[in-house]
Design a protein around this ligand. Structure first.
Ligand code: ARG
Length: 475
């Protein structure tokens, strides 16, 4: 149904309808659109623009429409331009021309932003719930491996031994920050644009505060022009989701690498792997690879909105219709990807014996020699030189550091006394790193319990917010 036409002598050309039409993708906003219309209606009744009796009829029709939409009994048709036109048609079909009264004092320009904000609140909470589940499975696996020793890498070269739980827990840290960013988004974006009208506010809706409150917002945005043109909340949400994507891509990359036969650190469960159509022996880590690959579209979606907004004149411009598909795509991508990743990690079998084999490869205990000397008061630069000389000697003799003789050590530096061998074990190296952020078994166990308590706090606020949101939607 067209919401305009009085001043036109013909309807739009078919090519224009095809270009302009957004209902095929913005229909997902329908439940929010009906809810916003109910709150707006209450304002119109309060201000006397619609009398109480008509108001009750319209509200009844909107509520029937809401359940018909949920039950799949009402949907958009070929004549609807966007979700707002479809919802208004549904309303008029249920209550007659009286339904058209709802359009007083609001425009699609403030309606669409309000609907979209509600959609984002709802779906960012859903994404956050999945993120807490991912943190939880990472934490369980990290505790199982809080004392499994593995090589740690910098530049993808053996660097220093670490415990594998530390390696897994680092992913939980990034994801907890993602959840925190979403919480921050919810706080900053809890102001309602409804009441801005086309761009200047409305004389028919003098108290937008009550609609804002009914919809669960803290208050009303202070400037009607900003309210209709602000899409910072969209760009920020897309950044938050892209950052999640980047974190998942790095996690995916590690699982892909760890599951190679060269590494052999992890076996991904059959249910979370795929095969090859030509090579019968193949078992591929496609979930991890998709986690890596999906970040491309998440970053692309963020870029798309930034480019749409750059240099855009203020108040509503039709360019702004381009804000929705990137968001729907990023949200859907994560809602599909996260459950698969959670399952993959939950069921993965790690192989600590394989990790341990490589823990001291590449002279990764050289730092222990330097630290041993530094503890004895040797300036670190000198200690570093001496440890480097030990590595050089080992390389020339094709032996490992612990295989050097007492005389070899003493010749390199007099402070390299025979007890240096005591620090030349992976366990010793790990055990010495007892500071709060370090890789000792004790530090890592403590880190995991902090992750668990932060995660359960997050689960608590997400549950409370989700409950509040669904109560508002169903009120
Ligand atoms: N479908 C439009 C959008 O998503 C709704 C707002 C249209 N407003 C207008 N004045 N044409 O942005």
């Amino acid at each position: 149904m067209a919401l305009w036409g009085g001043r036109f002598s013909s309807g739009p050309a078919e090519s224009v309808s095809a270009l302009s039409r957004s209902v095929d993708f913005d229909w997902v906003l329908a439940p929010y659109d009906v809810r916003v219309n109910i709150a707006h209606l209450h304002g119109l009744v309060e201000s006397g623009v619609i009398d109480a009796e008509d108001g009750a009829k319209i509200e009844q029709a909107l509520r029937t429409l809401a359940s018909d939409i949920t039950a799949g009994k009402f949907s958009f048709n070929d004549t609807d331009e966007d979700v707002h036109s479809a919802v208004e048609r549904g309303l008029i079909e249920r209550v007659g021309n009286l339904g058209g009264a709802i359009r007083a004092g609001r425009s699609r320009n403030d309606l669409v932003v309000t609907d979209f904000k509600l959609y984002l609140i709802d779906h960012l909470l859903e994404v956050s719930t999945l993120l807490t589940q991912l943190v939880a499975v990472l934490s369980v696996q990290a505790s199982k491996h809080a004392s499994s020793i593995a090589p740690g890498f910098t530049h993808l070269q053996h660097a220093q031994p670490i415990v594998f739980g530390h390696e897994l827990a680092k992913h939980a840290q990034g994801l907890l920050r993602d959840i925190d960013r979403i919480s921050d988004w919810l706080e900053r974006n809890s102001f309602s644009p409804l009441g801005a009208g086309a761009l200047a506010g409305s004389g028919l809706q003098p108290h937008p505060e009550s609609a804002a409150q009914e919809l669960g917002f803290i208050g009303v945005m202070p400037n009607s022009i900003d309210a209709t043109s602000d899409r910072d909340f969209v760009a920020e949400a897309l950044f938050d989701l892209a950052m999640v994507g980047v974190h998942l891509s790095r996690l995916g990359e590690e699982f892909t690498l760890w599951s190679t036969s060269e590494f052999g650190w992890v076996t991904v469960a059959d249910a979370f792997s795929t095969g090859s159509s030509i090579m019968p022996q193949k078992k591929n880590p496609d979930i991890a690879e998709l986690a890596r690959g999906k970040s491309g579209r998440l970053i692309g979606n963020l870029t798309a909105i930034m480019v749409v907004l750059k240099g855009l004149p203020f108040a509503y411009n039709r360019d702004l219709q381009e804000d929705k598909e990137p968001v729907f795509d990023s949200v859907q991508t994560l809602l599909v990807l996260l459950p698969a990743l959670i399952g993959m990690i939950e069921t993965a079998k790690f192989h600590p014996e394989k990790m341990l084999q490589g823990a001291t490869a590449g002279f990764s205990l050289a730092t222990e020699i330097a630290d041993f000397l530094a503890r004895k008061g040797v300036p670190f630069a000198t200690a570093h030189e001496a440890a480097g000389a030990c590595v050089k000697l080992c390389e020339s003799k094709s032996i490992e550091l612990h295989e050097l003789g007492d005389a070899d050590f003493a010749a390199i530096h007099p402070a390299l006394t025979p007890d240096v061998k005591g620090v030349l074990t992976a366990q010793g190296a790990v055990d010495s790193r007892t500071s709060s952020l370090g890789t000792s078994v004790e530090s890592v166990s403590q880190q995991i319990s902090i992750i668990d308590s932060e995660n359960s706090l997050a689960q608590m606020w997400i549950t409370a917010e989700s409950k509040r949101f669904s109560e508002m939607m169903n009120a």
